[in-house]
Design a protein around this ligand. Sequence first.
Ligand code: ZN
Length: 438
Amino acid sequence: MKNRLMACAALALLTVAASAQPLPAYDLLLRGGHVIDPRNRINHVMDVAIKDGKIARVAPGLSPGDAIKIIDARGLYVTPGLIDLHVHVYNGTGEKGSYAGDLSVPPDGFTFRSGVTTVVDAGCAGWRNFEDFKDRIIDRSRTRVLAMLNIVGNGMRGGKWEQDQADMDGEATAKMAQRYPGVVVGIKAAHYNGPEWKPIDEAVIAGTKANLPVMVDFGSDKPERPIYDLLNTKLRPGDIYTHVYSGLRQEQDPASKGPSKGLVDGRGRGVYFDTGTGGGSFKFMLAIPMIKQGFKPDSLSTDLHTGSMNSATKDILNVASKFMTIGMTLNEVIAGMTSNPARQIQREDLGNLSPGAVADVAVISIQKGRFGYTDMLNTKVAGTQRLVAELTIKDGKIVYDLNGLESLPWDAPPGNVKLDSRWTSFPRQDPTLGVTAR
Ligand SMILES: [Zn+2]
């Protein structure tokens, strides 16, 4: 059947090439996959049609004759391109021991291969170095890179800068955020070790002025600034608490092992909770009882950086598989990587498959077998399934294809290369050789 579909696709190509007829209605048709689009409450088998980089239609039984290219997605899940709400990608400055440097990773090396099409850099840069970050990374990446500005003007360059209260300026931060609407999507306060509320207060000033959410990594646990007050008097509804299962700042009620009162009341007034599992921010001894008691995260993010890329976090689908193993449904983890983070950063144009939306799509398989998932203490939970990115589409272009779903058999008759470039933009260029292979 698969071969027949591919042969059909090849035949369709030849037909289109031979005639001067108008192009078919769709560039690309993903056929027969199980579509999960939480924003549109879709959770069943459907076809997804793409035209000119946008979602054209999502419906069962779309005609293969209406598409230039057909991909057989039967047995796979088709979701909006994933959004990783918390990553560190200000790579390439050469600065040692700095998230505005060596501790960050280049986004394209980590995103498409796990179904991610959009990342949110969580405060590597502040208002002083954001434009350098934009020039080096945001404007040069295939991944859609959005950013939260650090409330520290110098960003996450290390302790000397991040503890400097004099460089925490809500007004200057808001001004830079307003210069790049839709790209700067939040304000970050992080890593502060002092007893003062200054970084939180200034971040809320910036967030209020620029109409953006504040994401908080609450730094050291200090009795002078309790988590209850952060979540119930300092932050606004719509602000985001990350590293929710770290256990480093009284997230867990010591008696019930469920969420502490601050988290429950904070959620009640509209604060969001993000995983940001990172290198040292996720423990099963918190997550398992808290989720059992109903306290699931709003968003599943990695806190991707050099310290988490090869440890317990690995990548976003490993994080999602882990959360499925401890009590979340597939639909819930997909929502936590699509519609929910899109809402949190006020980019509801992303993270859904509505007709007219940008065609960012992840095609995912579920492998069954014996798997192990770990945490920051290197304790383990055994699992029976793992999510795997099969195919990733960004802006209607195929940017990752694990098993050659879109490829024709090697001995198929030659297709029309010009038409082919409408739907795929595999990075086959090698500038060092001065040739473009296709
Ligand atoms: Zn982080």
